[in-house]
Design a protein around this ligand. Structure first.
Ligand code: GRF
Length: 219
């Protein structure tokens, strides 16, 4: 019998994506075995505790450099023996060494339709550019920031009266749908990492899978 996928979640803040992953775990068939925040004050830690899941802070500010922080992160992670590490609003750049140690086992959610708008302030930049489409991406993490293979995207049409806040809220609602979906596919063995890349249903995944938002703009 195959055992359940063990997921550790790394956060830095509110943890709404963590909550979505928690809420969907029995439906999608994975377990969240631990939550780690690099910020001790992150509100998301309480969400884990409320769900009865071990939550620990590894405060990056307490370490002299990135490798020292990551060594402590490694130690904290190893207690949870995760199969997969889900970055959910985790706001630290990971070194190439760390990423290489966890190749194919690190996923991230990013608030844009990658490869467009890597980095920060994605909603403001998409609006300023007059984009018609925007959304969120789930991707495997590589040493290139926000540059790893994208496996699933949630896409929406930008509305005429949109501002940064409305767009952020709509994109976050999509994040909360697509992240549990991607983990569910991994738990079911449909999505996997093989030969240094993602595979879906037994074939290399050449283009991200797509979920469209169905709601229409307010008239
Ligand atoms: C999300 O919008 C994510 O895409 C971005 O940071 C935000 C984290 O939100 N990288 P939360 O902590 O999951 O509520």
């Amino acid at each position: 019998m195959s055992r359940i996928l063990r997921v550790a979640v790394l956060i830095s803040g509110a943890g709404s994506n963590l909550q979505a992953l928690l809420d969907a775990r029995s439906r999608e068939g994975y377990a969240i075995v631990g939550v780690i925040s690099n910020r001790p004050e992150a509100a998301g830690l309480a969400r884990a505790t409320a769900a009865g899941i071990p939550a620990v802070a590894v405060d990056h500010a307490a370490f002299p450099d990135r490798p020292a922080f990551e060594a402590a992160l490694d130690t904290a992670l190893s207690q949870f023996a995760p199969d997969l590490i889900a970055l959910a609003g985790f706001m630290r750049v990971l070194t190439a060494d760390f990423v290489a140690r966890y190749e194919g086992r690190l996923l991230n959610v990013h608030p844009s339709l990658l490869p467009a708008y890597r980095g920060l302030r994605t909603h403001a930049r998409a609006l300023a550019a007059g984009e018609r489409w925007h959304g969120a991406s789930i991707h495997y993490v590589t040493a290139e920031l926000d540059g790893g293979p994208v496996v699933l995207q949630g896409r929406l049409a930008v509305c005429p009266e949109e501002n940064e806040e409305t767009l952020r809220a709509r994109v976050q609602a999509l994040e909360h749908r697509i992240y549990p979906q991607a983990l569910g596919w991994i738990a079911q063995g449909r999505l996997r990492w093989q030969d240094h890349g993602p595979w879906f249903d037994g074939a290399p995944l050449r283009e991200p899978l797509l979920i469209e938002e169905t709601e229409t703009c307010p008239s």
